[in-house]
Design a protein around this ligand. Sequence first.
Ligand code: ADP
Length: 231
Amino acid sequence: MGLIDFMIEIHRLYKKYDINDRRAIIAVIDGEMIIPDNSFVVIRGESGSGKSTLLNLLGGLVRPTEGDIIVNGKNLRMLSENELADFRNYEIGFIFQNYNLIPHLTAKDNIIFSLLFKKWKKNKAKTRALELLEDFGMLERAHSKSSIMSGGEQQRVAIARAIAHDPAVILADEPTGNLDSRNSEEVLEIFQELHREQKKTIIMVSHSDSVSRYATLRFVLKDGKLSKESI
Ligand code: ADP
């Protein structure tokens, strides 16, 4: 192991999409991206610049056409489909703009369901769900269906669900995109706490620059060119 532990390393990354008969190759990253452990990374870029593609590649949701992605010591290219599924399930926490909760389940059950899927025992999953809801000031909402909760409440439950299994890396795709400024601020503070106190590595993509405040590393993605911004 070197002096600095790198959580993520990418050297040139391409993704080819087949759109009808047309083939588009997107240079997701033409240079390199190296992220030390316990970073809070914000990647900005306009719509269509490749931010979601990059997050999907980092989280093992899609495979690159070209290029290597090393996350937490694993070269994702070398993993079988089953190993990649395990990587997604156990090592990554995903957070989306639209929260992606199961609407007819309560806040508590959304978290429990996700943990049962990861083979947790029911009692342990229940204890963990309630502990997280309490941490996020959501205990009184534990038995509310997610469909009746506000956006800010849903995103807090979604973050609780994403970190419940203690993943090494949190990938967040426009997590404040549907929230007003007060709720955005609360969500960003939760991310900051996860970074500072729980030492998580967070990669957040956004088209807005107001989310960059807490970042320890900032990048701008434009036409497949990733440039580092100074803090
Ligand atoms: P962003 O998240 O920054 O808006 P995306 O990663 O969604 O950017 O998209 C980058 C480019 O790849 C866009 O030109 C988009 O049209 C294209 N693209 C993304 N996903 C697909 C797909 N599943 N099929 C075809 N093209 C896609």
